[in-house]
Design a protein around this ligand. Structure first.
Ligand code: NAD
Length: 269
């Protein structure tokens, strides 16, 4: 594939980088030489991510505390980013919420209005805010053949065979993000920007309370994984690195499912 430092002098912006996938992707990108803009609403989490990275590699890291669902905060993030760096090569729309409260699970028709608004505002409008504001500068990037890359973190809950009534509004928000991935690929292709999504199945991150909670939850939904293990954050980071690399330059508009086979069949062995 690429040389070891294929992201040297490139800037990667990751939302929701204060924990989980966001932190793991930040580590992986920094190991390939990237400088980073790390965003989250949780500043302590961001500082921890930065400190973990700087223990093992050199990277110029800007931390931006901002709520991506608030357009004014995203505009401010853009100002801070371009005061520090000339451009952003990769935007990762990763920040997301499952529900209101860690254990939150509800049928779409029982969800409270505030829950509906929060989930849609962060998972869907947040990614739209980020892309709407940052693509303007990305399309002028000097890099070729690809000027920039956008990676959305969707979910199997948003796919046709993954609709999950226990997290109904979340499922809808992620289905919307999968469609945005395709629309943005169409809208930005002529600007040499690729847009793809990583679509995780079940992974242990702080979005869940504990591994036991995930196991209970899988039992409740009768989920069986052909590859019989819960996913690890490094699985997602590895696919993000692939999408960031030139090996993926001809891929756009795709929702790459990473679920140990969970959604490939209704015939469970
Ligand atoms: N863990 C899984 O099994 C799984 C499966 C499919 C998809 N996902 C998706 O992966 C992404 C990352 O989640 P994770 O599992 O790493 O969970 P996580 O809770 O560890 O990470 C999400 C991060 O987003 C941040 N965040 C929340 N609202 C924000 C906002 N308004 N602005 C900025 N940051 C905000 C949180 O503070 C948190 O640090 C999410 O979009 C999630 O929906 C996770």
């Amino acid at each position: 594939m690429e040389n070891q430092q294929f992201l040297e002098d490139k800037v990667v912006l990751i939302t929701g980088a204060g924990s989980g996938f966001g932190r793991e992707m930040a580590k992986a990108f920094a190991q390939k030489g990237a400088n980073l803009v790390l965003n989250d609403i949780n500043l302590e989490g961001l500082e921890e991510t930065r400190d973990v990275i700087l223990k093992s590699v050199k990277s110029d890291i800007l931390l931006v505390k901002a709520d991506i669902s608030e357009v004014d905060e995203v505009k401010e993030m853009s100002k801070e980013t371009f005061n520090r760096f000339n451009d952003v090569f990769i935007l990762v729309n990763n920040a997301g919420v499952r529900g209101v409260g860690k254990r939150a699970s509800s049928f779409s028709l029982s969800a409270k209005e505030a829950e509906y608004e929060r989930i849609m505002d962060v998972n869907l409008k947040g990614a739209w805010n980020m892309t709407k504001i940052f693509h303007k500068k990305m399309r002028n990037n000097p890099y070729r053949p690809i000027a920039g890359k956008i990676i959305n973190i969707t979910s199997c809950a948003g796919t046709e065979c993954g609709a999950n009534p226990l997290i109904g509004i979340y499922s809808v928000s992620k289905a919307g993000l999968i469609m945005f991935t395709k629309l943005w690929a169409l809208e930005l292709g002529a600007s040499h920007i690729t847009v793809n999504a990583i679509c995780p199945g079940i992974f242990f991150t702080p979005i869940y309370e504990s591994r036991e909670f995930i196991k209970e939850w899988m039992k409740l939904r009768n989920v069986k994984l052909p590859i019989d293990r819960i996913g690890e954050t490094t699985d997602v980071a590895n696919v993000a690195l692939f999408l960031a690399s030139s090996a993926a330059d001809y891929i756009t508009g795709q929702n790459i499912v990473l679920d140990g086979g969970m959604t490939c069949s209704i015939n469970k062995l």
